[in-house]
Design a protein around this ligand. Sequence first.
Ligand SMILES: [Zn+2]
Length: 449
Amino acid sequence: MTLDTNWDAIGREAADILSRYIRIDTSNPPGGEANAALFLAELLSREGIESQTHEPAPERVNLVARFGGPGTAARKPLLLMHHMDVVPAVSSSWQVPPFAGELRDGYVWGRGAIDDKGLGTIHLMAFILMKRLGIRLDRELIFMAVADEEEGGALGARWMVENHWPAVECEYVWDEGGTGSQGIIGRSPVFAVSVSEKTSMVVTLTATGIGGHGSMARGTPVDRLVSALLAVRRIKSGMRFDEVTKEFFRRVAETQPAPVSWVVRRAGNPVFRPVVSRAARKSPVIDAMLRDTITTTVVQAGGKANVAADEASAILDVRLLPSTDPGRFLEELRSAIDDDGVTVEALETVPSPPPSPMDSALFRAFERAVSTHVPGAITTPIQTPVATDSRFFRPLGVKAYGLLPAVMTAEDLETIHGANERISLDNLTLGVKIAADVVREVCSTVSLR
Ligand SMILES: [Zn+2]
């Protein structure tokens, strides 16, 4: 039962809000989310909804608003979460200025249009609609906009969890991390809901020793670091299937033509590993769901053409499958490098908590709303290779899911963190429709069917 309202008007309103939201530059660093929080607070207040702000540092603000429900211990709230900060944009590579919030060709353009002000606008519209249409929610609904996600969340979601737990305590979090798409995985639209994340590790390699004069130095720290990095590149991590990825392949098999569907359904079977491995290599996201990955992101040494540096270092961005033991991985890395002159250390390890269940009220509500509004689409769990704010909630027993409820193309998705980020008006409208149904199903007393 879809809400009876003027969806064209709702879509236009969502586009207008998103466009104004984009115009508030919240590039992080420095973030400066205070103005964005003020903008959201004013929109909510116009609807008669009070919001609270929490300020972990000057100009850094997190906003929380609540609606409906007694929020009893038996049915803890559903929390809609998005982040207000965005990654910086280099305007020379854009077709439109990245912070103008332009509406052009049926799209809202600008940094954050997808990640994550688009999802925030969809959440906000669904939240406001409950109030406007006088819908009774038995379970409390929380709207939260956080700071600092793009720089690790220490002043955003993590800070809220650590310092204001009563304000954010909930049964479910609806976050970013997954998306609906078409033309990427199969013939029909696929809504991939993120239910888990990989373990992320930051590893440093440091080679020290004697550099010397550039005209004759040998076996310098730079040489040793280069050899170490080559050894790292030669590491071949094997494919592994856990419960989430097995279920992902079972479900997306439905979108494939025969006989591909037959193979995809059995992707976890060792017999088909070579075929699956070849196919997965073509899609970095799917490949990253199946293996540990290591990417060299920073290399530093030297400063003068004729001086060999005494120290050279590199940083590796490591993402491990939940079943990989970080300690053992480090040992394997050290033995692959096999050089006592190169120290290998984990700076930071964020372990992967158990996945959120696929048989929960929120996951089922996603499935139902998707099949109502996008006939023929399938909903599947995925394990996202990227880190999201959900990682601060899952270890506390909160069921957290990531989904942008829109049908994105490969071209749309490439604009995330890149140039020309944009979302169509149709997708915004669809997103609000799905979000409104999901919220009502999870929070209402009355059954919708
Ligand atoms: Zn994001």
